[in-house]
Design a binder for this molecule. Structure first.
Ligand code: A2H
Length: 252
């Protein structure tokens, strides 16, 4: 990773059914997911949270909007004009990831009408917002974690995740990558013989391959950008998201 600040796109995922711990909060609540690949938002199938890390709900600079992220990232956002006051974070609720699991969300661009918050154990507290949107077609980490939940009923039960939150969701073909096909993460998962989300080394290799090839050689399949190169369309889709107020640019 470079020395300069990293740019992330924060994608707003709207809470459709308020979880218990947020019942007293007024306003529209969004989980904000940090991504390096805004162009893949057409393929979202769920949202990842770490069950054991701390999240906060806080007031934003947008009237009536409450966002959820880690306290660390909210503080960073307070210096980027995203909170209710410059340099301040007005906390309205404190939660753990566990409190927020199994919640239906409306996410932008994806063909899924709702996606659920699910547990991912490799989420880092000190990167991005601690909220990660899942695109199993193009991210090997996301595919591995989704498959773990789909294969293991006990894993779902441990976190109170029902079948309907997981089983109907399949990777959506959105980008054709020469040599890796239209579900590059699935292909890479198989090529590297990955078994689960705990296969750290193999996942790192698969991620590298998909990320580089997807970015430089990938061709869009979704109707609106059909035939266009990922390299070209990435910024266009990022702008579409920010213009629609479905995302903001964030640095750390
Ligand atoms: B990416 P970098 Cl399709 N912990 O978004 C673990 N992973 C995190 C995270 C955290 N706290 N915050 C963000 N991420 C993920 C899409 C995507 C991503 C695709 C393909 C590759 C990919 C959909 N998930 O990332 O360490 C987010 O997943 C591969 C690098 O800053 C974010 O972008 O380089 C990426 O990791 C940021 O990782």
């Amino acid at each position: 990773e470079g020395v300069g600040p990293q740019e992330y796109t924060l994608v707003k995922m709207k809470v459709l059914e308020t979880p218990k711990k947020l019942k007293s909060v007024k306003g529209n609540i969004f989980l904000v997911a940090a991504t390096l690949r805004p162009e893949t938002m057409y393929g979202q199938t769920n949202c990842w949270l770490h069950p054991d890390i701390k999240y906060i709900a806080f007031k934003t600079s947008v009237a009536g909007e409450i966002w959820v992220s880690t306290p660390r990232s909210a503080r960073n956002m307070s210096f980027q004009g995203m909170t209710s006051a410059e340099g301040k974070v007005e906390v309205v609720a404190e939660l753990t990831g566990q409190d927020l699991l199994g919640v239906p969300l409306k996410a932008p661009l994806t063909s899924n009408q709702k996606v659920y918050t699910l547990p991912m154990l490799s989420i880092k507290e000190d990167k991005g917002t601690g909220v990660v949107t899942s695109v199993p077609s193009d991210s090997p980490d996301d595919y591995a974690a989704l498959l773990d939940l789909q294969k293991k009923e006990a894993f779902r039960q441990k976190y109170g995740i029902t079948d309907e939150m997981v089983l109907p969701y399949a990777p959506i073909p959105i980008i054709e990558v020469p040599g890796l096909g239209d579900l590059s993460a699935v292909k890479a998962y198989e090529m590297f013989k990955i078994q689960s989300q705990n296969d750290k080394d193999k996942l790192a290799e698969a991620k590298e391959l998909c990320y580089l090839k997807g970015f430089y050689d990938g061709i869009f399949l979704v109707e609106e950008h059909k035939g266009q190169k990922v390299e070209v369309v990435k910024k266009v889709i990022q702008k579409k998201l920010t213009d629609a107020k479905d995302a903001v640019i964030y640095y750390e």
